[in-house]
Structure formats: structure tokens, C-alpha cells
Design a protein around this ligand. Structure first.
Ligand SMILES: Nc1nc2c(c(=O)[nH]1)N[C@H]1C(S)=C(S)[C@@H](COP(=O)(O)OP(=O)(O)OC[C@H]3O[C@@H](n4cnc5c(=O)[nH]c(N)nc54)[C@H](O)[C@@H]3O)O[C@H]1N2
Ligand SMILES: Nc1nc2c(c(=O)[nH]1)N[C@H]1C(S)=C(S)[C@@H](COP(=O)(O)OP(=O)(O)OC[C@H]3O[C@@H](n4cnc5c(=O)[nH]c(N)nc54)[C@H](O)[C@@H]3O)O[C@H]1N2
Ligand code: SF4
Ligand SMILES: [Mo]
Length: 914
């Protein structure tokens, strides 16, 4: 008989936040100090919307930890020449040498001045994938705060390739950095390319499964049949980038075919700008004394200010206003006598008149009856007039929602889609109420932890908006960063996240060549990169890689070698997911479908000892702060709340001494105590040990806080829809400023600023881009698009073999997905190696023949074509990013672009590939 070997086994609660659908709870099973598996954290049952379960990606974290290809010592470059084909000649160095080298460099920057001669920050930093790195970077934000100006201009596709227009307009209209359906209550969802069963994490997957049991109907409108399409009630294979036409036609049906009484007229009158009178110059007619927008009161038969208490405003009709003013750009005022006036709603009705389902059918390649059917079903399910009780509060019940996926949400056409999506909700009062279309979180408007608190009364009865000024003298004629967000993008504002949400590809492009009348910015003296891989994630990756080689000094936190840290001067290996400590917020409302009935904090803790020489991020940061001479400022920033919450509040003070370096546990112990104290008004103080034992600390979060509606009613505010008077003015001003500065290369983008959007040939822009590149569009007959894939979180875990193994079960993994009959016409069989080319270049992979894809569209899932990342580089997978264009012409007014490109497909001959 064998001796019983006693194994020390423990289960360590922690979190996964590897994609924006997190944070999700999980436990790590550790045997004799070795992480052996990941499991749900059952303590989360009834608290976490997925009852404590993480998704498949979290199960890869064990392999991530023990990946033999990890960078496990600091390293420095020995070959000064940078480029894809230059061997960096990395050699291992001690932490002392690495930290001293970085600190010396940073000190030299401070001595030279934080801004360079062009007024640009000498230090730049990029953190990838939708802000998720912030949940792994410990106290780094405190060091960044202590530093001063930093350029966050250089993106990786997060932001401009993400749900970008939604981020900006969504937040502007209803504090919706991202948007979701209120899946818990809704009955009917129209999803335009929201791949929520793949991208929404366990919370969304669980919710949609429960909703299907309840009998919900989801219509998935997208060019190829994604897993989400496959488990929807209906799939509508729309032509790429024609979604605005589909939605305009839905509006047309609702406004021109359905009876008015089917709409939520009360909501339109009292909670939107629908009654505001539009004058002859397209601007609101305003009261001459107060400058308040006027509405037409049907009771008194005359114009009154919008906030007149007892008015019953007209939504339709044509009126004459005896005397009014309008506010033109640049503070100019026009006076109107006997002005013709129409309510915004009437202007909307007229504007949507041409967009009939028959018209849209031609544009979208979808039968008119399908479009009409979806619109009518939406209307039928809207339950206008009904209410529901949530946490003891009676709220409107409108169980219909419209959601938009990332390629619908960015690039040309995205503005129209976001606008139409929000107007569809307002027409039936389904915005921000149970069952309807909801915002999830805020990132541009503070405070980030509760979006409801970010709502304050602004101008004209709407909520406040934080925009970059476009008026003379106040407009930022000199950009403050290399993507010029304050100069070009008024609506992005200038809060801490704004720059990373600017037109981040321009920063890369301008390193090579700036357009006329624009001073080409010098690269930053130092660029810090963490958990981001623009060399794989962005567009036209080969050109981007060349531009990246121009960065003179790159500090990269490194997990394995990858295509971006290939350009680094110093590699810093931080302890990763299962090896390090951080406390973050959980619950309340967050991205995607992270709506909880609780909120609080969750701890990431070392389940195992860090591998090799890798060190906790907080330790690395503290050392950098100390060696750069910024310790005091860094500690002050932590005390102020840069690590999570202020360490001092009412009834508690866990502030750290500012003149000394603190240990990792000491810092997080103080943060744990302050966080729990602040959440409970000081009544419960949980220290680091308690959090390690219990994993998370939450208190109830009232579910009516999922909805903005009560806040809007409380503050008597209106949604700034359907008419965009303010944006019109801003656009006009921006145009004047740019033209005064001799800048005409942003003129097409200026066209996006309209009172009511209209259709323009959105997909045609990608065709024109082919012509502009000097090629014949007929040679590129297919649409190339991309999609997320369940086991991968962008390119973050591309080097983990388990993910590839699991993904092998998915249709089209690592392949070019193509419609079977289109493929056969090209002589392509399933599994054949094919080449997909565009005006930018080509990419190769095997063909996956499917029925569920439009004949004119190919799909390349995920982001691959690595040439450095171990394991991933041997997969020989294709990537849309190698062939998509990075161009000003394909940039919309928010500064975003789409993962869309015109392509050709051909079968590779035998012998063409090794
Ligand atoms: N084709 C295609 N391209 C896309 C998209 C798409 O769907 N298809 N999506 C776009 C979107 S929406 C986004 S948000 C962007 C995201 O793109 P990026 O911001 O570039 O993010 P990731 O691809 O996740 O890159 C993560 C990098 O961090 C490294 N890494 C992983 N774990 C660790 C760690 O613990 N420590 C350190 N130091 N490094 C680590 C990985 O090796 C990888 O190089 O991609 C965009 N690009
Ligand atoms: N598993 C996983 N989840 C993730 C991520 C991840 O990398 N992996 N990334 C996270 C991030 S950063 C983001 S931004 C979100 C994105 O989340 P989603 O937007 O839900 O993700 P995608 O899979 O990129 O959605 C693409 C879908 O849009 C369709 N599509 C493409 N072009 C068009 C078009 O022109 N019109 C229409 N109607 N549909 C179109 C495609 O068919 C595809 O099904 O996912 C997040 N969640
Ligand atoms: S959905 Fe995202 S955050 Fe949640 S467990 Fe999966 S990878 Fe982690
Ligand atoms: Mo994203």
C-alpha cells in the first residue's frame, strides 16, 4: 500500500478582469503552492449575476501563470536599432539596474521639462483593452498622478475600434459609456451586431439564457451568423455598415405607418426635446428675455419657455412665433419676427419620411417586410403606458431594447446608429427604464462609481455635458497631446479618460506624416506600454509597427515577448493575475451587463508566489516613485484616492505617511479599510486579511439605480433628443476654428454635426478608399469584417495553448470564414489555404466554409498574425488587422474607425506556402 501523501490544498478567492465584461468572481485551487485549477466562487451565489462563475478565459490563467515563455527577469535592449526585423538583443538585468535606468530616464525628462518644445508631454503611456489593465496595475495611477502631464494619445484599437461613438454620444445623451438591454426585464431585443453571447461574459450569458426561458425574443442583425445570432430567434444578414438605413427605416415605420398613439407621447413631451421649436435657421427659437428654448403650448395657443409648468406642448404642426431669438455659433444672436416654427419632433418626422422600408431594403439587402416586421414587433412589445415595481418604486415598463455591436458603433455611420438607437428608445419611452435600453457606466463624466451622480442640470433643460470649447479664444488651437483630442473632438471632453478616447490612430499616423498645416509631433521621449499590443491590435499593423520603431525609449511591462515590447528598451516583468494584490470596485452598474443588486469591492490576491523575479505592480511602482524622487507626491495621490478610494473620510483616516516607501500589503491594507469604511459610513472596517479570507465585500445596491429615469424626473431634465441643436452649433464653430487655422482635412468629419442625421453612402466610403489608393474596387469584391471569439480576450491570451485547444471546437477558429457557395465559385474547399488581400496587404489562413455568412462578406475572427508572441506566432492564423486601412478618410467625427475593409480572396496554389 502506498503511503498517503498529504497535499496542502486551499481555495483562494479572487477576481478575473481580463476583458471589459468583468470583473467576475472565481477561486483558484492551490495544491502545495501550485495553482492547479480555477473554479467558481460559490460565495457569489445570489450576489454576482453569474453566481460566482468566471468564463472560459479565466480557466486559462493557470497556464498563463506557468507559461514557460514568460519574461521572468527585467531585461534591457542591447541593439539600439529598432524594427520588426532587428533583434532587440534583450539581456537579463537586475531589478536595481532596470529601475535605476527607468528612474534616471524619467528624472532626465523632468529636468528637461515635462513638456517638449512643441508643448507635448515628454512622457506617454498606453494601457490596452478597454481600460482593463487598470485592474492589474496596482498603484501605478498614483505615480501617473504625481508625474504631471502624460500623453495617452497612442492607442491600440481600444477606444477607436471599440464601441467608440457610443462611448461619446451615449455618455452625452444618457450617461451611457456602453449600452445594454435591461435583459432581466425585457421581452424584445433588436441587436445590431452585439455579439453578447460571446462578448458579454458569464453575467450576460446567464441573463440571456434566463431571458430565453422567460420567452424573450432577440433579433440578431449582422452579416454573419455569430454564436449570438445562432441562439437568437431571428437572424437578419444585413450588408455591412448599412445599419443606419435599417434603423432609419424602423423610425420611418414607427413615425409614418404606425398610429401616433402607439408612441409614448407623454415621454416625448416631458422628457425629450421633441417639443422644442426649431426656427428658420435650424436653431431653436428662444424666449427673447431668458433665451430659453420655446415650445408651443396647445392650451394657450402660443409659445412658452420649455419649462413652463402647466403647458401641454405640441409635438407637431407649423406655427408662427411673433418674436424670438436664436443662438448662433460664436455667441451671435439672431432676432426673429413672425418666425416659422416647427417642433423638433415634426422635423424628425419629416426627416425620416424618405427612409421607407423599401428604400432601406435596397441599401441593406434585407427584404422590406423584414425591416417593417422588426419595427412593428418592437412597437407591439413596447407596453407603452405600463408600469412595473422595482425595489418598491413604480417605474415605466418598456420591455424593448436596441443594442449595437462594436463595428456598428464605430467609424462612419456609427453616429447615425447611436442616434437612431437612442431615438428608437425615446419614441416608446424605453430609454433608461425597466425593460428598455440602458447605459451601463460612465468614463467621461465623474464620478465613475455611480453614473447617476454624474447627472447635473445643464443648459436648456438637458443634463450637463463636458465638451471641449469650440469658441474663439477658448478652442484648443494647440493640441495638448499627439492625437489632438481637445482640438478635433469637442464631445470627448478632457477628463482623465478623454485622451485615450481621442482619435488615437492619428498619433501613430502623424509620427510618419502629418497632414498639411499641422506640425508633425515629435515622438514622446519615453513611452510606457502595459497589457496592450497595438502592433497586432490596430489597423495596418505593418505600418504601425514601423512607426512604433520611432519611439526613442520604451518601457514595457512584459508578460511574454510580444510584437509591441519587441520595440522596448526595458522590460519589466510584473507579477500577474494569480500572483499579485489589488482591490477594485465590483457591482453596481459596470460595462456590458454587469448590473448587480449589490456593490462593493473585490480583492485580487496572490494565490501563488510570483514566478521568477516578477514583482507585484505596486512594489514596482513604489520603487519607481522613490527612485524618481516622486515618493511624496505618489503617497499623497494614494491618500487622495488614486489607488481606489480616498484613505481618509468621515469617521476614518487610514492615510499613509507621505515621506516613506510603504510595502504592498501595507498599502492595500489601508485601501481595504478605507474602501469598506467609506461604503458603510465607517460602521464596517475590513482589513486586507479579512478581504483575503472572504474575497469580496458588498452591500445592497438598489436596482432602481440601474435606471436613469428617476434621476431625470427628480431633476426635471430632458434627454437631448431627437434634435441636435447644440452639436450643430459646436460643429459650425469647430469648422470656423479649423478653417481659421488653415485646416481643411477635417471637413468631411464636420458634416456629421447636423440637427437630424441623414443617410449618406456609409459603406461607399470603404469602396472609395480603394479608389483613392489607386486600385480598382472591382478587384476587391468582398467585405472583410472581424468578430470576438469566446476563449480569447482580444490578443491578451493568444499565447495560452489551452485557449487554442478550446477554440478548436469553434466554427471558423483561426480561419477565414466564407460563405460556402461564394467559396466554391472561387474553387475553394473547406480547409483550403487562402489569401485575403486589400489595398494594404495580404493575410493567409485556412478557409472555413459556412452557410451562415453573407455571400459578399468574409469574417476573420480575433486578432492574430503574431510574429513574436510565443506559441501564437506558430499558429499561422490570419488577421484582419494586417489588411485593414488606417486612414483619415475612414475616420468619423468622433475620431473612430471600423474593422471593415474591401478584400479579395483567392485559393493559394500548392507550393505557395511552406
Ligand atoms: N482583428 C481585430 N482587432 C481588434 C479587435 C477585434 O475584435 N478584431 N478588437 C479591438 C478592440 S475592441 C480592442 S479593445 C483592442 C484591444 O487591443 P489591445 O489594447 O492591444 O489589447 P490586447 O490585445 O488584449 O493586448 C494585450 C497584450 O498584453 C499582453 N499581456 C497579457 N497579459 C499580460 C500581463 O499579465 N502582463 C503584461 N505585462 N502583459 C500582458 C499580451 O501578451 C498582449 O500583448 O483590439 C482591437 N483590435
Ligand atoms: N470573448 C471576448 N469578449 C469580449 C472581448 C474579447 O476580446 N473576447 N472584448 C471586449 C471588448 S474590448 C469589446 S469592444 C466588446 C465588443 O463586443 P461586440 O461588439 O459584441 O463584439 P464583436 O464580436 O466584435 O461583434 C461583432 C459582431 O458584429 C457583426 N458585424 C460586423 N460588422 C457589422 C456591420 O456592419 N453591421 C452589423 N449589424 N454587424 C456587424 C459581426 O458579425 C459580429 O458578430 O467585447 C468585449 N468582450
Ligand atoms: S468575462 Fe472577462 S472578466 Fe469575466 S471571467 Fe471572462 S475574461 Fe474574465
Ligand atoms: Mo474593445
Amino acid at each position: 500500500m502506498l503511503d498517503k501523501v498529504s497535499v496542502q490544498r486551499k481555495s483562494v478567492p479572487t477576481y478575473c478582469y481580463n476583458c471589459v465584461a468583468g470583473p467576475d468572481l472565481m477561486c483558484v485551487t492551490v495544491e502545495d503552492g501550485v495553482a492547479v485549477s480555477v473554479s467558481p466562487n460559490h460565495a457569489g451565489v445570489g450576489i454576482h449575476p453569474a453566481d460566482g462563475r468566471p468564463c472560459v478565459k479565466a480557466y486559462g490563467l493557470v497556464q498563463k501563470t506557468y507559461n514557460p515563455n514568460r519574461v521572468l527577469t527585467p531585461m534591457k535592449r542591447t541593439n539600439p536599432k529598432k524594427g520588426r526585423h532587428e533583434d532587440p538583443g534583450f539581456v537579463a538585468i537586475s531589478w536595481d539596474e532596470a529601475l535605476d535606468m527607468v528612474a534616471a530616464k524619467l528624472r532626465s525628462l523632468r529636468e528637461a521639462g515635462l513638456l517638449n518644445a512643441q508643448g507635448m508631454p515628454r512622457l506617454a503611456a498606453t494601457f490596452g483593452h478597454g481600460g482593463t489593465p487598470a485592474n492589474y496595475m496596482g498603484t501605478l495611477p498614483a505615480l501617473l498622478a504625481a508625474w504631471g502631464p502624460i500623453d495617452f494619445s497612442f492607442g491600440s484599437g481600444q477606444g477607436v475600434k471599440c464601441v467608440h461613438s457610443e462611448h461619446l454620444y451615449g455618455e452625452y445623451w444618457h450617461r451611457a459609456f456602453t449600452v445594454c438591454a435591461d435583459t432581466v426585464h425585457t421581452n424584445f431585443i433588436v441587436s445590431f451586431g452585439t455579439n453578447v453571447e460571446v462578448s458579454g461574459g458569464p453575467c450576460a450569458v446567464r441573463r440571456h439564457a434566463d431571458a430565453r426561458v422567460r420567452g424573450i425574443k432577440r433579433v440578431q442583425v449582422e452579416p454573419h451568423l455569430s454564436p449570438t445570432g445562432a441562439c437568437s430567434a431571428q437572424w437578419v444578414p444585413i450588408r455591412p455598415k448599412t445599419d443606419p438605413a435599417f434603423m432609419f427605416a424602423m423610425l420611418n415605420v414607427m413615425l409614418h405607418e404606425a398610429p401616433r398613439a402607439a408612441l409614448d407621447l407623454d415621454f416625448l413631451r416631458s422628457r425629450t426635446a421633441s417639443p422644442y421649436l426649431v426656427g428658420p435657421d435650424g436653431y431653436y427659437l428662444r424666449d427673447p428675455d431668458t433665451a430659453k428654448p420655446l415650445i408651443w403650448d396647445t392650451l394657450s395657443g402660443g409659445p412658452v419657455p420649455f419649462d413652463h409648468a402647466s403647458a401641454v406642448p405640441a409635438l407637431e404642426g407649423s406655427f408662427t412665433v411673433t418674436r424670438a431669438i436664436s443662438q448662433l455659433p460664436d455667441g451671435e444672436t439672431a432676432t426673429h419676427d413672425s418666425a416659422p416654427a416647427r417642433p423638433s419632433f415634426a422635423v424628425l418626422v419629416d426627416a425620416m419620411a424618405p427612409y421607407t422600408p423599401d428604400w432601406a431594403a435596397q441599401v441593406c439587402d434585407v427584404p422590406a417586410a423584414t425591416i417593417r416586421g422588426v419595427a412593428l414587433e418592437y412597437l407591439e412589445n413596447a407596453c407603452v403606458g405600463q408600469t412595473i415595481e422595482v425595489d418598491g418604486k413604480t417605474l415605466p415598463f418598456r420591455p424593448v431594447a436596441v443594442t449595437l455591436g462594436k463595428t456598428v458603433n464605430n467609424g462612419w455611420g456609427a453616429y447615425e446608429c447611436c442616434w437612431a438607437r437612442t431615438v428608437l428608445a425615446t419614441l416608446v419611452g424605453a430609454l433608461e427604464v425597466p425593460g428598455g435600453t440602458l447605459g451601463t457606466t460612465v468614463r467621461l463624466n465623474r464620478p465613475f462609481e455611480n453614473r447617476l451622480k454624474s447627472v447635473k442640470p445643464g443648459v436648456d433643460g438637458f443634463m450637463n455635458a463636458q465638451m471641449n470649447s469650440t469658441t474663439k479664444g477658448k478652442w484648443a488651437d494647440k493640441p495638448k497631446g499627439r492625437n489632438a483630442h481637445t482640438t478635433l473632438i469637442p464631445i470627448v471632453g478632457d477628463s482623465s479618460w478623454a485622451q485615450a478616447l481621442g482619435p488615437t490612430h492619428l498619433a501613430w499616423m502623424f509620427l510618419k506624416e502629418a497632414p498639411g498645416e499641422w506640425e508633425a509631433p515629435e515622438p514622446p521621449d519615453v513611452w510606457i506600454a502595459y497589457r496592450t499590443n497595438p502592433a497586432v491590435s490596430f489597423w495596418d499593423t505593418s505600418q504601425l509597427t514601423d512607426n512604433m520603431a520611432k519611439m526613442p525609449f520604451v518601457v514595457a511591462f512584459a508578460y511574454t515577448m510580444d510584437e509591441t515590447n519587441h520595440m522596448a528598451d526595458v522590460l519589466l516583468p510584473e507579477a500577474t493575475d494569480l500572483e499579485s494584490t489589488q482591490l477594485i470596485r465590483a457591482g453596481g452598474t459596470k460595462f456590458v451587463e454587469q448590473h448587480w443588486a449589490h456593490h462593493g469591492f473585490v480583492l485580487r490576491q496572490p494565490a501563488v508566489e510570483p514566478m521568477g523575479e516578477s514583482r507585484d505592480f505596486t512594489w514596482i511602482t513604489t520603487e519607481l516613485a522613490r527612485r524618481t524622487g516622486l515618493l511624496e507626491g505618489y503617497n499623497k495621490a494614494i491618500n487622495r484616492g488614486a489607488a481606489l478610494v480616498p484613505l481618509k473620510g468621515e469617521g476614518f483616516d487610514f492615510s499613509l505617511a507621505e515621506d516613506q516607501a510603504h510595502g504592498v500589503d501595507e498599502i492595500w491594507d489601508a485601501v481595504c479599510k478605507a474602501a469598506t469604511a467609506s461604503l458603510t459610513g465607517g460602521s464596517e472596517v475590513k482589513d486586507l486579511d479579512w478581504m483575503k479570507e472572504n474575497g469580496f465585500f458588498v452591500v445592497p445596491f438598489t436596482r432602481d439605480d440601474w435606471y436613469l429615469h428617476p434621476t431625470m424626473v427628480e431633476q426635471n431634465l430632458r434627454y437631448e433628443l431627437p434634435y441636435q441643436e447644440r452639436l450643430m452649433r459646436v460643429g459650425e464653430e469647430l469648422g470656423r476654428r479649423l478653417h481659421e487655422a488653415g485646416i481643411y482635412w477635417w471637413d468631411e468629419q464636420l458634416e456629421e454635426y447636423q440637427g437630424i442625421p441623414h443617410w449618406h453612402d456609409v459603406p461607399g466610403r470603404w469602396v472609395k478608399a480603394v479608389e483613392k489608393a489607386g486600385a480598382d474596387p472591382a478587384d476587391f469584391p468582398f467585405w472583410g469584417i472581424t468578430t470576438k471569439t469566446m476563449p480569447y480576450t482580444t490578443g491578451n491570451n493568444a499565447g495560452i495553448p489551452l485557449m487554442n485547444e478550446v477554440a478548436g471546437n469553434l466554427r471558423g477558429h483561426g480561419s477565414v470564414i466564407i460563405n460556402a457557395s461564394s467559396a466554391r465559385k472561387l474553387g475553394i474547399q473547406d480547409g483550403d489555404r487562402v489569401e485575403v488581400s486589400s489595398v494594404v496587404g495580404s493575410t493567409r489562413g485556412k478557409a472555413a466554409l459556412v452557410q451562415g455568412c453573407r455571400p459578399d462578406t468574409i469574417v476573420i475572427p480575433g486578432q492574430f498574425q503574431h510574429w513574436k508572441t510565443p506559441f501564437a506566432k506558430d499558429l499561422a492564423f490570419p488577421s484582419l488587422n494586417a489588411i485593414s486601412q488606417m486612414s483619415l478618410d475612414l475616420t468619423d467625427a468622433t475620431g473612430s474607425g471600423a474593422d471593415v475593409v474591401r478584400v479579395a480572396v483567392r485559393k493559394l496554389d500548392v507550393g505557395e506556402e511552406p
